[in-house]
Design a protein around this ligand. Structure first.
Ligand code: PXG
Length: 291
C-alpha cells in the first residue's frame, strides 16, 4: 500500500494522486502552499501555518473552497491515515483547472492536496559544525511586484539562488533585496547576533517570508533576556556577526559559520545558537495539535 494523498475531497494512492496539465498551479505557478512538520504525533504550529496559507491565498485572491477549520481536519486526517508520528506535510492550494489562458476567471474551483511523508532530516553534522553560505547574485523578489510574504507556488526566484548555492558547493544562499539589505535564504530566515548580544533579523518589509520558526525563535530569544530587533542590515553586519543561524520548518535552527569565505564569529556554532537549537527541539516535543 502506498501513501494516501488527500486530493480534492478524497484520499488516493500515490500513483493516482495526479492533477491536470491544465491546472494553473502547474501552468502559471498560480497557487500557495505550506510546509509543516509533525513531531511525535503532534503537528507543530498548525494554526499559524493555516493562517499564513489563508493570508497568502487572500493576497492572490484565491478561495481555497474549504474553510480554515476544514483545512485543519484535512491536514490532521492526512497524517493520521498514513500512520505517521514524525512527518513532513506539504499542503497545496492551486487556482485549479482552467484553459491555456492565464485568466484565473476560467478556473472555477481550487485544487487542494495534502501530502504527508517521512521527513528527510539535515545531517546532524551541520548542526554541530555549522553551514557555509554564499551570497546569491539573484536578488529577492521586490515586494511591490510579488511580495515574498506570499508563500506562492512560484519559487523561481529562490530556485535561481539555490542553483548559485549548488554551483558554489554550499547548502544555502543568502539573498539580498534590491537595495542590498539581507533578506533571507532560499528556504530559511536568517538571524545575526551582534557583539552586544543583540539578535537581529530582517523585518518582513525588507522582502522575506514571515517564517513561523522565525517567530518562535524571536520569542525564545526574548525569554532568554536577549534584545531582539527586526531591523534591516547588510552583509557588513552578517560578516562581522558574533553568531548567525538560519531558521525554517525543515532546518529548524541551523548555525552559520562562514559566508562568502568570511568566518563568522569563531568559525564554530556559537553558544546562543547551540542553546536555541536545544530549546527549539524541546518545544517541538511539547507543543502541537494532537493527531
Ligand atoms: N523563507 C522562505 C523563502 C521559505 O520558503 C522559510 C523562510 C522559513 O519559514 P518557516 O515558516 O518554515 O519557518 C521558508 C520555508 C523545503 C522547505 O522543502 C522549505 C520551507 C519550509 C519547509 C520545507 O525546502 N521553507
Amino acid at each position: 500500500m502506498g501513501k494516501k494523498i488527500y486530493l480534492d475531497g478524497e484520499f488516493v494512492e500515490r500513483e493516482n494522486a495526479k492533477v491536470s496539465v491544465f491546472d494553473h498551479g502547474l501552468l502559471y505557478g498560480d497557487g500557495v502552499f505550506e510546509g509543516i512538520r509533525a513531531y511525535g504525533g503532534n503537528i507543530f504550529k498548525l494554526k499559524e501555518h493555516l493562517e499564513r496559507l489563508y493570508m497568502s491565498a487572500h493576497m492572490i485572491n484565491l478561495d481555497p473552497g474549504v474553510n480554515i477549520n476544514e483545512m485543519e481536519e484535512i491536514v490532521v486526517e492526512t497524517v493520521r491515515t498514513n500512520n505517521l508520528r514524525d512527518a513532513y506535510i506539504r499542503l497545496v492550494v492551486t487556482r485549479g483547472e482552467g484553459d491555456l489562458g492565464l485568466n484565473p476567471v476560467k478556473c472555477p474551483r481550487a485544487t487542494v492536496f495534502c501530502i504527508a511523508d517521512k521527513i528527510k532530516l539535515y545531517p546532524e553534522e551541520y548542526y554541530k559544525n555549522g553551514l557555509s553560505l554564499v551570497t546569491a547574485s539573484t536578488r529577492r523578489n521586490i515586494p511591490e511586484a510579488l511580495n515574498p510574504r506570499i508563500k506562492s507556488l512560484n519559487y523561481l526566484n529562490n530556485i535561481m539562488a539555490k542553483i548559485e548555492a549548488n554551483k558554489a558547493g554550499v547548502l544555502e544562499a543568502v539573498m539580498l533585496n534590491r537595495e542590498g539589505y539581507v533578506s533571507e535564504c532560499t528556504g530559511d530566515n536568517i538571524f545575526v547576533i551582534t557583539e552586544e548580544r543583540t539578535v537581529l533579523t530582517p523585518p518582513p518589509y525588507v522582502g522575506s517570508l514571515t517564517g513561523i520558526t522565525r517567530n518562535v525563535i524571536m520569542r525564545l530569544c526574548r525569554e532568554r533576556g536577549l534584545a531582539v530587533k527586526e531591523t534591516p542590515f547588510t552583509l557588513f553586519e552578517l560578516y562581522n556577526a558574533e553568531e548567525s543561524f538560519l531558521t525554517g520548518t525543515a532546518a529548524e535552527v541551523i548555525p552559520v559559520v562562514e559566508v562568502d569565505d568570511r568566518r563568522i564569529g569563531y568559525g564554530k556554532p556559537g553558544e546562543i545558537t547551540r542553546g536555541l537549537i536545544g530549546e527549539f527541539r524541546e518545544l517541538t516535543k511539547k507543543e502541537g495539535r494532537r493527531i
